[in-house]
Design a binder for this molecule. Structure first.
Ligand code: BTN
Length: 255
């Protein structure tokens, strides 16, 4: 049905017309021992979720709403690397399938012309320093027209269709993403994070870019200094100290 040429990713695909959230289905399946590489895809999500408890609009047939169940034998502390890995995969696919230039905004947003086209949500179940499973979900706005985006997102979000004026075949994009993901993941397990890190940096902000850091507790100006080996964000504050951040948001000035 899906015509995948992967070795392990998507050997089992659960496809639903409409679900609350593919993340919810993935957690249920994982708790019922779904195997490494199981994929959940929905045409529509009625309560798709984003990071920081935000909602994720997932209109019927307009985008890719997909969650993957992974059971990597890595330390839970390295799980953020898999989010960054996923971001490079999505950026690679946008880069190779379209003429658009994707930009990754730490940790997980794919921007096109400074507007968000895709986001990634990683949720992990770990016990005693061991990962039971990880669910990585991503949403990609593919075929929405501008007037089909929610009013409050029109200035900040976009879709492949809005940026290219073309409709994109969702199934083929999914095939391309899963194939690229499997290769990149196998490479990561074999060789570690360095290659992912340099690829991520090639799609990321330039070092020195002025950004605003927003955490739950504070907000301040800093400059982007890359990412650390464990996937944390590095920023240089006004007094020239380098800080490592594991959560929060960044905002930036249009230059
Ligand atoms: C973000 O940028 O805040 C992350 C968005 C993640 C959305 C995807 S769509 C498939 C999966 N199911 C969900 O409910 N969320 C993720």
């Amino acid at each position: 049905l899906w015509g995948l040429k992967t070795n392990w990713l998507g050997k089992k695909i659960i496809h639903k017309d409409s679900v609350s959230s593919t993340q919810v289905i993935a957690h249920q399946a994982a708790q019922e021992n779904a195997e490494h590489g199981t994929i959940i895809i929905a045409d529509e999500q009625t309560s798709g979720r984003g990071r920081m408890n935000r909602e994720w609009h997932s209109a019927n047939g307009k985008g890719i709403w997909l969650s993957m169940i992974l059971r990597p034998a890595i330390s839970p502390y390295l799980a953020p690397q898999l989010t960054l890995l996923t971001a490079t995969v999505l950026a690679d696919v946008v880069n190779s399938c379209t003429t658009l230039k994707p930009l990754i905004k730490w940790p997980n947003d794919i921007l096109i012309n400074n507007k968000k086209t895709a986001g990634i949500l990683t949720e992990m179940q770990a016990e005693q320093d061991q990962i039971q499973y990880i669910v990585i979900g991503f949403g990609i706005n593919v075929n929405q027209k501008r007037d089909e985006l929610p009013e409050d997102l029109k200035r900040k979000a976009t879709s492949l269709k809005i940026e290219t004026k073309n409709n994109w075949p969702i199934k083929e994009l999914i095939q391309e993403i899963l194939q690229t993901f499997e290769n990149t993941y196998d490479d990561y397990i074999a060789h570690g994070f360095p290659e992912i890190k340099s690829k991520w940096e090639s799609y990321g902000f330039k070092t020195g870019k002025n950004i605003t850091i927003k955490t739950l507790r504070e907000q301040y100006e800093a400059s982007f200094s890359g990412i650390a080996d464990d996937g944390a964000l590095l920023v240089k504050t006004k007094d020239n100290t380098v800080k490592k951040l594991y959560s929060g948001e960044i905002d930036w000035f249009q230059e």
